[in-house]
Design a protein around this ligand. Structure first.
Ligand SMILES: Nc1ncnc2c1ncn2[C@@H]1O[C@H](COP(=O)(O)OP(=O)(O)O)[C@@H](O)[C@H]1O
Ligand SMILES: [Mg+2]
Length: 333
């Protein structure tokens, strides 16, 4: 890591959210330039209406490279659409001119578009406003709570029946993405929404297609771009290994563990530090998790990718399994 890009609008975020931020580092081959100074979301710099059609209404969230707004699609509205609201993800001004950043935003769009699943956010279009030369994605507007906000409201975690209603669709979405050759790369509570229409996995901004999938997409050089969320990225990612389905499994396991007991499995530490401090010895089953789910979740939390011998689909099956009375009695014994 060479340069940290601070959050665009830290005023919007609680400390809890801030600790979940993805840190972006654009590693230049000659690391001479000073770190970028903190900046704020340049709401004023954006036109009121993008591409002659989308009226920006309010900021929904901001991250490392851009911001997400609620907008009204004036065209749909003109045709009498009763719900002309959409969400719009746009690069911030300082990244707007970087071809890598636009390619990254396009890649996020293309990866998400490849997925048609009830529990994955639905993207609409990728566009460029010709006046301000800014690329943006339009997508369904999710109304609800991201899991990080849910955790703020429920600091002790969720009872099993509520947890299961989030865990199963979330694991379904991830297993489906993996089956389609799409890796997420940034599994964490703020990238999952409990929306009015159910659980939605979103933000494939750090996602990648598996070898041979979407071959036309520009390949962003790993030297120039590196990003991770320290508390949710598997150790091998923090050590420079390529993204894998197994790394997503580690991230989603951290999310599920946190939902079950309100606490991150490794005190929110970067996984490499947690591993070096042998925190796996302190790991115990969260109180709201049924016993039969624990072996699978513990395997998914393995620091060493070679020990993480479980897929998202298998974790889903383990969490979804219903045990017979006899099996339950045996587990209790
Ligand atoms: N389609 C959407 N509908 C409603 N809110 C959204 C939508 N997409 C993103 N958000 C909000 O904006 C925040 C940042 O979006 P995200 O895509 O995760 O961007 P980043 O890549 O900056 O993390 C999310 O945590 C969520 O609160
Ligand atoms: Mg995000």
């Amino acid at each position: 890591m060479t340069q940290l890009m601070p959050p665009l609008d830290d005023l919007l975020m609680s400390e809890e959210q801030a600790s979940n931020l993805t840190y972006f580092a654009f590693a230049k081959s000659h690391q001479a330039e000073p770190a970028l100074a903190p900046t704020r979301a340049s709401v004023g710099e954006l036109p009121d209406v993008l591409a002659g059609r989308y009226r920006i209404e309010r900021l929904l969230g901001a991250g490392g490279m851009g911001a997400v707004y609620r907008a009204r699609d004036l065209l749909s509205e003109q045709f009498g659409d009763p719900d002309p609201y959409i969400a719009l993800k746009i690069l911030s001004e300082e990244f707007a001119e970087s071809p890598d950043a636009s390619a990254l935003l396009y890649s996020e769009f293309a990866l998400t578009r490849r997925l048609r699943h009830n529990n994955v956010l639905r993207p609409h279009t990728f566009e460029v406003d010709t006046d301000c030369q800014r690329a943006f994605i339009t997508m369904e507007l999710m109304r609800g709570l991201t899991l990080d906000k849910l955790l703020c409201e429920r600091p002790l975690g969720l009872p099993w029946n509520e947890l299961r209603d989030i865990a199963l669709p979330l694991l379904d979405a991830l297993a489906y993405a993996h089956a389609r050759g799409v890796l997420h790369g940034d599994m964490k509570p703020s990238n999952v929404m409990l929306s009015e229409e159910g659980v939605r996995l979103f933000d494939f901004g750090l996602g990648q297609a598996e070898e041979g999938i979407l071959p036309g997409l520009p390949h962003l050089s790993r030297d120039r771009f590196n990003a991770w969320t320290p508390g949710y990225a598997a150790p091998e990612l923090l050590e420079g290994q390529p993204l894998s389905a197994s790394a997503d499994v580690y991230g989603v396991a951290c999310v599920l563990y946190e939902l079950a007991g309100g606490k991150h499995p490794f005190r929110r530490l970067p996984s490499t530090q947690a591993r070096d401090e042998h925190l796996e010895h302190e790991l115990h089953a969260p109180k709201n998790l049924p016993k039969h789910c624990w072996p699978a979740l513990r395997t998914a939390l393995a620091f060493d990718a070679a020990d993480r011998t479980i897929t998202a689909a298998q974790l889903r099956d383990a969490m979804g399994a219903t045990l017979s009375l006899l099996q339950r009695l045996r587990l209790r014994a």
